[in-house]
Design a protein around this ligand. Sequence first.
Ligand SMILES: NC(=O)C1=CN([C@@H]2O[C@H](COP(=O)(O)OP(=O)(O)OC[C@H]3O[C@@H](n4cnc5c(N)ncnc54)[C@H](O)[C@@H]3O)[C@@H](O)[C@H]2O)C=CC1
Ligand SMILES: NCC(=O)COP(=O)(O)O
Length: 323
Amino acid sequence: MPDRPGAGPIALSAGEPAGIGPEIAAQAWAALKGELAFFLIGDPSHLPGGTPTVLIDRPEAAVAAMAQGLPVLARDFGAPRVPGVANPVHAPHVVAAIREGVELVQTGRAAALTTNPIHKKALKDGADFAFPGHTEFLAHLAGVPEVVMMLACDALRVVPATIHIPLSEVPRHLTRAGLEATIRITHKALSDMGLPDPRIAVAGLNPHAGEGGAMGREEIEVIAPLLDDLRAEGMRIAGPLAADTMFHAGARAGYDVAICMYHDQALIPIKTLDFAGGVNVTLGLGFTRTSPDHGTAFDIAGQGIADPASLIAALRMARDLAG
Ligand SMILES: NC(=O)C1=CN([C@@H]2O[C@H](COP(=O)(O)OP(=O)(O)OC[C@H]3O[C@@H](n4cnc5c(N)ncnc54)[C@H](O)[C@@H]3O)[C@@H](O)[C@H]2O)C=CC1
Ligand SMILES: NCC(=O)COP(=O)(O)O
């Protein structure tokens, strides 16, 4: 196994069984079995028929098992999988797998956590899941007040300063303290990743970055004063920039990460540029967590046509960040 000496296996939480998670986990094993070690925390009966699997009773066994089949820390999810149809019986087990993955990483038994996609509404309905996504749940489990969602591909890194909230609530949530925490966590994380003085581009909220107050005042009242203060500290920050012109190739060459004001402002450019290669990474947790950039894809689940590329990229990034 050409894994890094001393690096433990990566824990992969099952995600939503009715989605594409089981099939892309099996495909990721086939692609990565000679390259890195990971294990699935989930119900082996949910994997596609014929998937070579090795049931393991401890994470450490995954390294040797990889050559034979997908290592699975088997957990009974209580019901079979029906592709495209969420079963509320599964929901508490989906949440428990994430929780277990975090515990294994925090106790040093896994090197990093990669999460297969969850269906947020299915977890809310089936398990009273109180969090809008992994990011917020992981912050809760890690006991940290602020974390950052970053999506990265070869061409772009983006960070939404507000995440899973309705668009109508974005201006109210866009505070100086929140934006400052997002920028500082991102700056430190990129420095830790080997970019010691990252160039940060910050989008405005409004069209034309507010056009001097003619189209909104958040830039004048919240964003620009903060950026002035951070620049005075020595951070390399541009903005607030008009979001519509900061993602073409020439503009992207001028920064290492784009801080955006809301979910879609950040995620539309990266998913358009590289849906297959994009990886979601949570910054500020104190451990490594990555995820594919896509969701559960109920519309194609069970058909054998899901592309495992983003999960493969997420597992590779987890290995690289934890190594
Ligand atoms: N990290 C996570 O747990 C994430 C979870 N979600 C959740 O997933 C559910 C569905 O969300 P949607 O907005 O429909 O996004 P989605 O990413 O599941 O699907 C959007 C479109 O992309 C296609 N697609 C997605 N992944 C694909 C793959 N690997 N190969 C080929 N085609 C693929 C789907 O078939 C669909 O047409 C929601 O509950 C959402 O909250 C969404 C994003 C991330
Ligand atoms: N659209 C990205 C997304 O929803 C991922 O959220 P999370 O579950 O990783 O927090």
